[in-house]
Design a protein around this ligand. Structure first.
Ligand code: AMP
Length: 424
């Protein structure tokens, strides 16, 4: 029986991986320009980190998290997202002690047991930034500007994208807003889906992002969090809007945007693509001023976002970006064709030397007819084929054929690096 990949977990094959490398390199460069430095946290964490951080009643933790006991019975989880891990690491390593704002970014696989579909996988990849240590709305604005800048660098047109924005207030506002929502939804209780009936008790905010059409219809007229903000939160939001205007960044206020993670406070946003259909969010984020404290650290405000690489690739896959992959090695420049064992030994020495000189090269390992080997050389995309026969070797030379023009010349093997460098 064939062993296949797990449902919802996808192989990224070499041709597509080129696009991934390009996108990842652009993201790394973009975030570095904004002052973010990389943090790499483990893929496996204690399950309780996400229960406490993301929230027990969220879909992500309640329904979608991969949880398993280790050999000692400790409950572990494959990370479903990285903000909780980054904040855990921030606390654990006392990064707050340095003062100021800590700007951290990550990139890597996340796991959620969701129904796989276009743009929704069980193993997927996120990049994200977290700025910890400031309540200033200027930081929210800068984070949103960074989200736009990443899209810009990748060549996505602004008109094809839009920003959904909302403020869900602080923990002091939350009970009042929850109550208003509960009062509103209670008469519709029987019409809500079973999940939302549970949410009505546990956290009625979650009903707002339910995907079931009936629930969405009922939620359309639900009370808006913006109408339940305290003065501080309202001021924060208004200042943020002014900063976004100053940056010339458009937004659409979306009262139903609450995001599926409990740790958010105040600002929440999503950057979406008009070309993606149902799963249109390219990235999502917001402020999480209570998270560090909830995880046992000193009270530390934070703001950030996470974006899905699969969705970016989907949007970019439609266009040809091969010219932008130029910095990535895509194939050999030189293809070696040794004839026997002695020549193969020499070929291995030449390959080692060329690679150390930064020249991508490969050789024919299949030992077939000359015609087949020449075909392999042409298929490799190399510019030169390098023939090593008994005769050439006895003179310390190799025959170099330009595969485009067919032109041939003999080059002393000691001078190959200089010759090939000169030719490029
Ligand atoms: P979230 O962590 O749920 O706020 O999601 C942030 C971003 O990650 C989304 O906007 C998507 O781009 C991406 N994302 C979330 N879940 C998945 C998934 N199952 N498959 C692919 N991308 C995802």
């Amino acid at each position: 029986m064939k062993v296949e990949a797990v449902r919802g977990m996808t192989d990224i094959l070499p041709q597509e991986a080129l696009l991934w490398q390009y996108v990842e390199a652009e993201i790394r460069e973009a975030v570095a320009l904004y002052g973010y430095r990389e943090i790499r946290t483990p893929i496996v964490e204690r399950a309780e980190l996400f229960a406490r951080g993301v929230g027990e009643a969220t879909d992500i933790v309640h329904k979608e998290m991969y949880v398993f006991p280790d050999k000692k019975g400790q409950m572990l989880a494959l990370r479903p997202e990285a903000t909780a891990s980054v904040v855990r690491a921030y606390i654990e390593h006392g990064l707050y002690a340095k003062g100021g704002v800590a700007k951290l970014y990550y990139l890597g696989p996340m796991f959620r047991y969701e129904k796989p579909q276009k743009g929704r996988k069980r193993q997927f990849h996120q990049y994200g930034v977290e700025a910890l240590g400031s309540l200033e709305p200027a930081l929210d604005a800068e984070v949103i500007d960074l989200a736009w800048y990443i899209m810009e660098r990748l060549g996505l047109r602004r008109e094809g994208l839009f920003l959904r924005l909302n403020s869900i207030g602080c923990p002091e506002d939350r009970p009042r807003y929850r109550e208003a929502l509960r009062e509103y939804f209670l008469p519709y209780r029987e019409e809500l889906c079973p999940d939302c009936q549970r949410r009505l008790e546990e956290n009625p905010l979650r009903i707002l992002d339910c995907k079931v059409p009936t629930c969405q219809r009922i939620a359309a007229d639900a009370p808006r969090s913006l109408d339940h903000l305290c003065e501080g939160c309202r001021g924060h939001f208004e200042t943020l809007l002014r900063y976004l205007d100053a940056l010339d960044l458009a937004y659409e206020l979306d009262p139903k945007l609450v995001r599926g993670l409990d740790y958010y406070t105040r600002t929440v946003f999503e950057l979406a693509s008009r070309d993606l259909g149902a799963q249109d969010a390219l990235l999502g984020g917001g402020r999480y001023d209570g998270l560090a404290e909830a995880l046992g650290g000193p009270p530390t405000p934070g703001v950030g976002f996470a974006g899905g690489l699969e969705r970016l690739i989907l949007v970019l896959g439609e266009r040809d970006v091969s010219d932008r992959c130029h910095r990535i090695i895509t194939g050999p420049e030189v293809y070696l064709l040794p004839v026997g064992e002695t020549e193969t030994a020499e070929a291995l020495r030449i390959l080692a030397r060329l690679r150390r000189a930064g020249i991508p090269c490969d050789m024919d390992y299949a030992g077939r007819s000359l015609r087949k080997r020449l075909q392999a050389a042409a298929r490799s995309g190399a510019r030169y084929a390098l023939f090593l026969g008994e005769e050439e070797l006895s003179r310390g030379e190799a025959k170099v054929r330009d595969l485009a023009s067919g032109e041939e010349r003999y080059v002393p093997t000691e001078e190959l690096v200089a010759f090939l460098k000169g030719a490029s």
